[in-house]
Write a protein that binds this ligand. Structure first.
Ligand code: ATP
Ligand code: MG
Ligand code: MG
Length: 556
């Protein structure tokens, strides 16, 4: 395995433990259930669960569910499934920020009572204007000096549902002149008459992300609250709440650089757009950068975890080459996937000098290095090779089959192409060949055979569907509209690769694949790594998804 890259949080945790700051560490992974997890989330999952595992601590799974309009139970279920699939176990039951709504509400009341929060009647638009800008200090809201009694009364009535959405908000009283915009009297509660997937209609006011996150960490006893760099400027606010509320402990926030991967979208909003507008078949389409997409594509949990180890954790951004991710899955499948043969574009071959009715069972190892036993290929008079392995007038150096030429059938005999049979349109429908009976497991005498091609027997091979996937985006930075469409309403959708999926029907897999199970993975010799589709494969009628090619053939 490729060695792990540095992770700057490891020494921080180690020294906190050495100093006796914590008996054990607690981390958390806090997704908002408003979409499926993507490869960027895998980095955060591996980091949070990985640190807890390495240092004998615990990691919570907490749904950051303060925005009910965009959230859904389907997303909660998918997120739990994906985290488990990656191989991690959260401590106890999954948690929800909404579990803490009552406590958060009481803490909001506490801030009102201590003169640190007020009910503000500015509209969203006015509030924005009062906020100022980076170059200009904000102005105090005209509602900032309301009495504690009036604030308590209005906040209670907000909760009771007396006001429409947006009519009022509860804000912290911090500093409208702060150079950090997050400290300019940030919003604590908004009015939203919305049904919530966990709390139903119990609430019509919802806490903001900032008012929820740190306190939820504190309630759970989180020691190291790790988030991406966009939240660096929120850290002073995170700490302000902890300092001004009677919280049970004070977690520390650390930030790391988010994962950006070329040729790949890592934004839930854009992934959702791909699904909603049907550019893909769903969140788990094998071309999607979601964990459930990679799963269906045939990626293993180990390969994604290794990838996350390989990229490391630091505070400097940058774009990771997708070749690293492909390297990680190839490395895993090369070591662990059994070999098999599957002919994607079958061309019938008749061995004219092979006795009719005779069958020889040839045993081939399932793996070249690992002992996985053998699989049996019955050799007889009729078989299939790939159309691409026969050429009438091949270029120089061609190592496959040509008129009068010889090639070895993998694990079997050397054959020679003698004759073609054509249909009325002149298309080759059959190849008539002869075999050299002295070439099983040994080279022919006096001549050198250059090529080895794959094949399957006509009898007993399994008809199947094969889906060849390629990158969903043809540009390295798909988030950016292509130059020719920029300024003309172009978007990332213009970067979609129109050839990202090729479906081949009537392919033929070797007989040992008659009973494959969903998610079984193989190397199809000479073709790449393939996985039995999780959704569409049926007993006796398998569907194979190409996970990755054997070598990087991008751009060739
Ligand atoms: P998106 O922008 O795709 O909606 P998000 O950050 O809003 O992502 P959350 O559900 O809030 O999505 O993310 C849960 C956790 O995963 C957060 O701690 C977040 O920082 C982390 N995360 C999200 N995207 C990435 C990424 N590309 N690389 C690393 N961590 C990420
Ligand atoms: Mg978020
Ligand atoms: Mg988001």
């Amino acid at each position: 395995e490729t060695p792990a890259a540095a992770n700057f949080l490891r020494p921080i945790v180690q020294s906190d433990l050495d100093a006796g700051k914590h008996a054990k560490i607690v981390t958390r992974f806090p997704p908002e259930p408003n979409g499926y997890l993507h490869i960027g989330h895998a980095k955060s999952i591996c980091l949070n669960f990985g640190l807890a595992e390495e240092f004998g601590g615990e990691c919570n799974l907490r749904f950051d569910d303060t925005n009910p309009a965009k959230e859904d139970q389907e997303y909660i279920d998918a997120i739990k499934r994906d985290v488990e699939w990656l191989g991690f176990k959260w401590a106890g039951q999954e948690r929800y920020a909404s579990d803490y709504f009552e406590q958060l509400h009481d803490w909001a009341v506490h801030l009102i009572n201590t003169g640190k929060a007020f009910v503000c009647d500015l509209s969203a638009e006015q509030a924005k204007e009062y906020r100022g800008s980076l170059s200009e200090p904000g102005r105090n809201s005209p509602w900032r000096d309301r009495s504690v009694e009036e604030n308590l009364d209005l906040f209670a009535r907000m909760r009771a549902g007396e006001f429409p959405d947006g009519a009022r908000a509860l804000r912290a009283k911090i500093d409208m002149a702060s150079p950090n915009m997050n400290l300019r009297d940030p919003i604590l509660y908004r009015i939203r008459h919305a049904h919530h997937h966990q709390t139903g209609n119990a609430w019509c006011i919802y806490p903001s992300y900032d008012f929820t996150h740190g306190q939820s960490d504190a309630i759970e006893g989180v020691t190291h609250s790790i988030c991406t760099l966009e939240f660096e400027d929120h850290r002073p606010l995170y700490e302000w709440f902890l300092a001004n509320l009677p919280v049970p402990c004070a977690p520390r926030q650390y930030e790391f650089a988010r994962l950006n991967l070329n040729y790949t979208i890592t934004s839930k909003r854009k992934l959702k757009q791909l699904v909603d507008e049907k550019h893909v078949e769903g969140w788990d389409d094998p071309r999607m950068s979601t964990l459930s997409g990679y799963r269906r594509r045939g990626y293993t949990p180990a390969s994604l975890r290794n990838f996350c180890d390989m990229i490391g954790v630091n505070r400097a951004g940058g774009v990771v080459d997708i070749g690293m991710l492909e390297f990680a899955i190839r490395e895993d499948l090369d070591a662990n996937a059994p070999r098999a043969m599957c002919v994607l574009r079958p061309l019938k071959v008749v061995i004219t000098n092979y006795p009719e009715g005779r069958i020889e069972d040839l045993a081939l190892p399932r793996h070249p290095k690992q002992d996985m036993g053998v699989r049996v290929l019955p050799f007889s008079r009729e078989l299939y090779i790939d159309r691409d392995d026969y050429m009438e007038s091949p270029p120089k150096g061609y190592k496959r089959l040509e008129p009068g030429g010889e090639v070895r059938l993998r694990g079997s005999y050397v054959i020679r192409a003698d004759e073609t049979v054509r249909d009325a349109g002149g298309n080759i429908v059959e190849l008539r060949c002869s075999y050299d009976q002295n070439t099983l497991g040994k080279n022919p005498e006096g001549r050198k055979v250059k090529g080895v091609i794959h094949w399957v027997p006509a009898e007993g091979s399994v008809e199947c569907e094969v889906r060849l996937y390629d990158r969903l985006f043809r540009s390295a930075n798909p988030e950016k509209a292509p130059e020719e469409s920029e300024g003309q309403g172009g978007s990332f959708l213009d970067n979609i690769n129109p050839e990202s999926l090729q479906v081949l029907r009537g392919c033929r897999a070797e007989p040992s694949l008659a009973q494959v199970q969903a998610e079984e993975r193989f190397q199809f010799e000479r073709e790449g790594y393939f996985c039995v589709d999780l959704k569409d494969s049926r007993p006796g009628v398998p569907v194979f998804n190409r996970t990755v090619t054997l070598r990087d053939s991008w751009g060739q």
